[in-house]
Design a protein around this ligand. Structure first.
Ligand SMILES: [Ca+2]
Ligand SMILES: [Ca+2]
Ligand SMILES: [Ca+2]
Length: 86
């Protein structure tokens, strides 16, 4: 038996309703085959709120945040656990 939850998040500038375009995720109960890094075309790159006020200075790979993932000259936070590094 599996339990699937669908949460309705309030709309706002820090929520998206499109696919995050991560490297690999399969909702199969096995997290060892998932890779939540962002792909180059991910809409999560450089769109998150500034998290420095919360003490967020690196990602789950210990990459210093924020990174200029879209190479526009501005270092901004990505949504999710990992910064995209071009
Ligand atoms: Ca999986
Ligand atoms: Ca970024
Ligand atoms: Ca940028």
């Amino acid at each position: 038996m599996s339990l699937r939850l669908r949460l309705r998040l309030p709309s706002g500038p820090t929520n998206i309703s499109v696919a995050p375009e991560i490297v690999a995720f399969s909702d199969n109960g096995d997290h060892t085959d998932d890779d939540l890094h962002l792909t180059a075309s991910s809409p999560c790159i450089d769109v998150a709120s500034d998290a420095i006020i919360y003490g967020v200075v690196d990602d789950y790979d210990d990459v210093a945040r924020p990174v200029d993932g879209d190479v526009d000259g501005y270092e901004r936070y990505d949504m999710g656990a990992f910064e995209y590094v071009p």
